[in-house]
Design a protein around this ligand. Structure first.
Ligand SMILES: *Cc1c(COP(=O)(O)O)cnc(C)c1O
Length: 383
């Protein structure tokens, strides 16, 4: 692996927090307990099963199945809800590519819908226009840690699979992300709010869906069947006990981490009030808990002497503020066929920049340097 997603180290400016934070004593002990037990796989121990139950309860669902990563969690959820060859799944154009590639993994076709101008979240109006006879599921993405407008998608017919990879602990109208669709998928990859380096989980309230998820991720076995009985088609997509040992103690830390990022986002928003042409993109109305995986900012080149976003990012990095360029529209991926134009997502490529979650955990003084650096860049660009 030669490339990480971390921007280059700043040449000056504050030291930004690293993620994940140092392991706690509880995590070390939990890891050592698994190591010494000799039961390293989830079929031998109970650490993964216990974590799955605890995590599901935390996000308002009855059942959870841990798996190797978030992409595979999405694959499992789609398959468990009956998505397969020839089916279509509607996904937003502005998201991580895995939202769409998981659909392909399930044998189905991703149909890309545009996002809302104000929030960059999946636009329910675009979804309604794309539903056809083959549409089996819709995948709202809780972009940046704010839940998508799921209630506008339920009852349309297709199953609703939450891509909650960025939204551990988020809520919409008081309901947790994890309880807003037919199934919800979280990622525990290194950059996510809870992490074991890699990992994922699917949660659901439905017992039948849970049993199918369990079979699919455990080589087609059934919950009460034998080791070499495989009544369903399935694969080994299980998490290890080590991952679950690292993750379980994080359930106690999650609220504190989310609070800290929310404070950071508030500090950032206040500081950006002083910077014309650089605005925090608001979460969808109805967001009651935002986990601030990303703070997305709208960059208006006109306020910066007409300089492009890449020029702005380079200048900010030189000021010690490494921002992120964010996603390209899924309509740009050569293997994804566009059913409809997605002008909002495509415009976002040129106008949206991100402050990533570890930066939002910095202290107020550091966060205020983001706005100060932007003002400096603005002045330099104006000359
Ligand atoms: C991280 C992420 C995924 C994929 O999770 P992995 O664990 O990296 O496979 C899917 N969707 C979104 C929106 C993500 O941010």
């Amino acid at each position: 692996m030669s490339r990480t997603h971390e921007p280059d180290a700043p040449v000056n400016g504050p030291e930004w927090p690293i993620w994940p934070p140092p392991a706690t004593d509880e995590q070390r002990q939990a890891l050592l307990r698994v190591l010494d037990s000799g039961r390293w796989g989830a079929t031998g121990g109970t650490v993964t099963e216990d974590f799955a139950a605890a995590f599901a309860a935390r996000v308002g669902a009855a059942h959870g199945v841990c798996t190797v990563n978030g992409t595979v969690a999405l694959f499992l959820a789609l398959r468990a809800l009956g998505v397969g060859h020839g089916d279509e799944v509607i996904v937003p154009a502005y998201t991580f590519v895995a939202s769409a590639t998981a659909v392909v993994l399930a044998g189905a076709v991703p149909v890309v819908a545009d996002v809302r101008e104000e929030t960059l979240h999946l636009d329910p109006r675009a979804v309604r226009g794309l539903i056809g006879p083959r549409t089996k599921a819709v995948m709202p993405v809780h972009l940046g840690g704010a839940p998508a407008e799921t209630e506008a998608l339920r009852g349309l017919g297709p199953a609703v699979v939450e891509d909650a990879a960025q939204a551990h602990g988020a809520a919409r109208h008081g309901r947790p992300a994890g309880a807003l669709g037919d199934a919800a998928c979280f990622s525990f990859q290194s950059g996510k709010a809870m992490t074991a380096g890699e990992g994922g989980i699917v949660v659901t309230d439905d017992r039948g869906t849970y049993e199918r998820l369990w079979a699919l991720h455990n080589v087609g076995r059934s919950l009460d069947g034998g080791w070499y009985e495989h009544p369903e088609l399935g694969w080994n997509l299980r998490m290890t006990e080590f991952q679950a040992a690292l993750l379980h103690p994080q359930l106690e830390l999650l609220d504190g981490w989310n609070d800290r990022r929310a404070r950071g986002a508030a500090t950032l928003a206040a500081a950006l009030d002083e910077v014309p042409g650089l605005d925090l993109i608001p979460p969808p109305p109805g967001t009651t808990r935002h986990t601030w995986h990303l703070a997305m900012l709208r960059y208006d080149p006109r306020a910066f002497g007409g300089h492009t976003k890449p020029a702005f990012l380079t200048a900010m990095a030189a000021e010690g503020v490494p921002l992120d360029a964010g996603y390209r529209s899924l309509t740009r991926m050569p293997y994804i066929r566009s059913a409809a134009p997605c002008p909002v997502a495509e415009t976002a490529e040129d106008t949206v920049v991100w402050v990533r979650q570890p930066m939002l955990m910095a202290d107020d003084a550091a966060l205020q340097t983001i706005a100060r650096a932007a003002l400096t860049v603005q002045r330099d660009f104006g000359r």
